[in-house]
Ligand binder design. Structure first.
Ligand SMILES: Cc1cc2nc3c(=O)[nH]c(=O)nc-3n(C[C@H](O)[C@H](O)[C@H](O)COP(=O)(O)OP(=O)(O)OC[C@H]3O[C@@H](n4cnc5c(N)ncnc54)[C@H](O)[C@@H]3O)c2cc1C
Length: 481
């Protein structure tokens, strides 16, 4: 396994073709907008080095028998699935941000079992290809971006019916050695901190969509890939002269990237699906299931930090003893732990796939994510209630550091007399960061849309709800035929 420092050094060897704020970024690793996200990703390496987290952060590979970072593990039991959720909560607690490495882990587990079943039905060699690739990932402890979401153009049309064929990533040329692909993947979390990208189709496919039913892996800096960094609310605070208090979370963050593939060559041995439209849906459903489980861990960890920050802000303002304040903190905890219950439940009810790795209970994972689309918003609302308006109207750090205004701010932003004003300002900015600033991207809209918008879970819940069995139960009790 790589140490945190080895990981950061390894990223320096990548030649990412990245644009941000209208300019080419030459040094991605030290870019002030990107760096906090790298620090979060690096925490997945750092914690794996710490003996107290060994049981959560590492596992024994079924491919090599060696110890691997759990973020590269193919789950071998329900215990592995549970430990995954616990690991994600831990990382959320340590970073209060999106640490990005889950998407690749979830993609790998979905592709591993889907390739096995595709080969069984179609006589292909995708599983062998994937096992070879993933053995390299585990042995080198690479970071892998999981790329599912296409830009999708007209949502009412299937991939092959779009006015512009590139709105879903697709094969544009086939040769004896491999394929060329063109298209774009949107919202790619952690791409800049990853060594490889693992691409999957974005939706179920039908006949006519063969060129779009494509899954593969390639280096993140492969020829033909262009990256454009997404903006986050308040992102340029990281580049200001006084960038300690106002950023809210100085060390950690997340990022998303628009990834454009322009005739990128994929050799045959890196292809995991190529035209078998009937298996695109299985890959999508399994990836989405794992990723919907993930949010029952990572968002809970971030929620822990937000609840703690809110409680401290109340203590600093002198409101902590009020019964409604205590009750709102209880409600925040109840909502947060409900999400955790869902993450643990869908893991504990997991089952073995034909390939041997374990899949979460899909119904419970979808219920988990459906709650995630709501509860973090309510937790954030309560945090903003208890923080007070000064969370969003307090003067800038630059004014706090300016001798002409410092003493006024020190005096008039004081809460409880014994608490330094600066401590209060820091905590309020952290609440702002998690509920409206850069980290809110991961805590709120990602809770809404990541792993699929709410309606996607409702479709799955309907499909898995076994309504006929429930009707039979009712008929039996009511004594009707
Ligand atoms: C912060 C963040 C991080 C993310 N990270 C990743 C990542 O690392 N990898 C990755 O692959 N993806 C990632 N995603 C993408 C995520 O999976 C998508 O946002 C999600 O699938 C929704 O797609 P969309 O954003 O294109 O929304 P849209 O498709 O534009 O959906 C918007 C609304 O329209 C509705 N809608 C869409 N199509 C239809 C239709 N045909 N009929 C009826 N209603 C429709 C949806 O239900 C939703 O309510 C991330 C997203 C976010 C916000």
């Amino acid at each position: 396994m790589m140490t945190k420092d080895q990981y950061i050094d390894s990223l320096r060897g990548l030649h990412l073709n990245l644009y941000s704020f209208g300019k080419k970024v030459e040094n991605v690793v030290d870019n002030p907008i990107v760096r906090p996200s790298l620090n979060s990703f690096a925490a997945t390496y750092e914690l794996a080095e710490d003996p107290q987290y060994e049981d959560l952060m590492t596992a024994t590979s079924n491919l090599t028998g060696k110890k691997v970072n759990r973020f590269t593990h193919l789950h071998q039991s329900t215990d592995d699935l549970i430990k995954k959720v616990k690991m994600q909560r831990l990382l959320g607690q340590k970073t209060a941000a999106c640490f990005q490495r889950c998407v690749g882990m979830d993609a790998a587990n979905a592709v591993y079992s889907t390739t096995f079943e595709t080969d069984e039905a179609c006589g292909t060699k995708y599983h062998e290809n994937f096992v070879k690739f993933w053995t390299d990932v585990q042995n080198n402890d690479w970071g892998v971006d999981g790329a599912m979401t296409d830009v999708k153009g007209d949502r009412g049309l299937s991939p092959s019916k779009q006015a512009d064929p590139d709105l879903f990533l697709h094969v544009v040329e086939r040769t004896a050695d491999g394929v060329y692909v063109t298209g774009a993947k949107a919202h790619q979390t952690g791409y800049l901190n990853s060594h490889y990208v693992l691409v999957m189709p974005t939706i179920s496919m039908r006949e006519g969509d063969e060129d779009y039913a494509i899954s593969f892996a390639c280096p993140t800096d492969a020829d033909g890939i262009t990256l454009i960094l997404g903006r986050q609310s308040c992102d340029t605070r990281k580049t200001e002269e006084h960038n300690d208090i106002d950023v809210g979370n100085k060390v950690y963050g997340g990022h998303e990237v628009l990834v454009i593939f322009d005739r990128v060559f994929i050799p045959n041995d890196m292809i995991f699906l190529n035209g078998e439209v009937q298996f695109a849906g299985m890959m999508v459903e399994r990836f989405a299931g794992y990723h919907r489980q993930s949010y029952g861990g990572c968002k809970v960890g971030v929620g822990d930090v937000l609840i703690g920050t809110t409680a401290l802000a109340g203590e600093m303002a002198g409101s902590a003893k009020a019964s409604h304040v205590k009750d709102k903190l209880i409600e925040m905890t109840h909502l947060n732990e409900t999400l955790y219950c869902c993450g643990i439940a869908c893991s504990s009810q997991g089952t073995k796939t034909k390939s041997g790795n374990y899949l979460i209970d899909l119904l419970l994972a979808n219920v988990c994510k459906q709650n995630v689309t709501r509860f973090p918003y309510e937790i954030a609302r309560l945090a903003q209630d208890l923080a007070g308006g000064i969370m969003v109207t307090q003067p800038s750090e630059a004014d706090y550091r300016n001798p002409a205004t410092h003493d006024y701010i020190e005096k008039y932003l004081k809460g409880v007399a014994s608490v330094p004003t600066e401590d209060r300002m820091r905590l309020l900015r952290l609440i702002e960061n998690m509920t409206m600033g850069t980290a809110a991207v991961g805590y709120l809209p990602e809770s809404m849309h990541g792993a699929g918008s709410p309606q996607a879970q409702r479709i799955m819940i309907a499909r898995q709800s076994n309504m006929e069995m429930k009707k039979e139960l009712a008929k039996k009790i009511a004594r009707i035929k």
